[in-house]
Design a protein around this ligand. Structure first.
Ligand code: FAQ
Length: 314
């Protein structure tokens, strides 16, 4: 798809709200942008299992262990839907995975922070899943059908994740003085990194304009961030948590909460690989990938034999 006429027709389909499906003609750049973004999203879900998985054995009761186990398992499922959706664009899963393990593909900055106490698990559910829902509810309306449908399903599960995190944090925030301190400390450490999840300001976001024109994103990074802050201010207040931003103020004119400066230097340093846990996360994922090679080989061989058997029988 290269001629001006074809590009115009493609844009018309997007502007009419039509979904683009895998076998439809699409500009090469649209396909590339989707592969970049969807695979980054898939890698994030998989790396995102590490900070929480670390706490499954230490969750304080059998109920909390079961809930956390189910949540971490859901994140694996999200990664798999997203890799499958990316494969519909002609990408090979192995190439995508190897590009973040050994190449330059990114995953979300948020998963490069440590989970120091159990309160961090509550806060990941409330803030990180809360931010992911805001972002993914928008992506569930994306112009690319398989990505939109994957996000629709993911959002349903993320809503449960967020509710369990908020419920745990509310309990902790009304617990003993020590529990209250732990809850507040975790919020203090995760608040700014969570705001960074939405990506750089629109003025520093090279991909946003094109993604919005093509309906891949329907809202900008800043629009989503403002929407998220508006929601979180109310939720924090309801459970007696203070958001660690002295500049947080309600703006009568805009009808939104204004907030302080996001530490962008920290964001870019994490994105470039120098965050507190980047090396550890990549090491853990490489180890799992390399140790799991025999499982992939066995599964491929099994599939080959099944195919042969089916061919002989037909
Ligand atoms: N981290 O031009 P933009 C989750 C990069 S899933 C790292 O604004 P764009 C579930 C960006 O890639 C969380 N890199 O980019 C869960 C680009 O670099 P590139 C993941 C970032 O695409 C919960 C450059 O900066 N969700 O949490 C980040 O228009 C709990 C310039 O940026 C998704 O991936 C970042 N935060 O907007 C799991 C959703 N932000 O690629 C476990 C899908 C920006 O050109 C536990 N993705 N960069 O080299 C998106 O919505 C978008 O891609 C953005 C970035 C908003 C992430």
């Amino acid at each position: 798809m290269n001629t001006e006429q074809e590009l115009k027709q493609f844009q018309e389909r997007i502007d009419n709200g039509e979904k683009i499906e895998p076998k439809d003609a699409m500009p090469e750049r649209y396909r590339k942008q989707l592969i970049r973004m969807m695979s980054q999203h898939a890698h994030s879900e998989i790396v995102g299992m590490l900070p929480e998985g670390n706490w499954i054995t230490r969750a304080p009761s059998l109920k909390r262990k079961m809930v956390l186990l189910a949540k971490v398992q859901d994140e694996a499922g999200h990664g798999l839907y997203l890799y499958s959706a990316t494969e519909t664009l002609g990408a090979r899963r192995q190439d995508l995975v190897e590009d973040y393990l050994y190449g330059s593909a990114k995953y979300s900055s948020i998963f490069n922070y440590p989970t120091l106490t159990y309160a961090d698990i509550c806060v990941i559910g409330w803030l990180v899943d809360g931010a992911a829902i805001v972002n993914q509810t928008m992506l569930a309306k994306s112009s690319y059908g398989p990505y939109a449908r994957a996000n629709l399903r993911i959002c349903k599960e993320e809503s449960f994740h967020k509710k369990q995190g908020y419920e745990m944090l509310a309990k902790m925030a009304s617990g003993t003085p020590e529990q209250q301190k732990m809850a507040q400390d975790a919020v203090n450490r995760w608040w700014w990194p969570t705001l960074m999840m939405f990506g750089p300001h629109d003025s520093d976001s090279p991909n946003s304009a094109e993604l919005i024109r093509w309906g891949v994103k329907t809202k900008t990074n800043d629009e989503l961030r403002v929407h998220f802050v508006d929601r979180m201010v109310m939720e924090a207040e309801a459970i007696g948590i203070t958001l660690p931003d002295p500049d947080l103020r309600y703006n009568e004119e805009t009808g939104h909460w204004d907030f302080g400066l996001i530490p962008w230097d920290e964001f870019w340093s994490v994105v470039k690989g120098d965050g507190p846990m980047n090396r550890e996360r990549i090491r853990a994922r490489r180890h799992a990938y390399e140790e799991g090679a025999w499982v992939r080989e066995a599964a491929t061989e099994y599939a080959r034999k099944q195919r042969l058997r089916a061919e002989k029988a037909s």
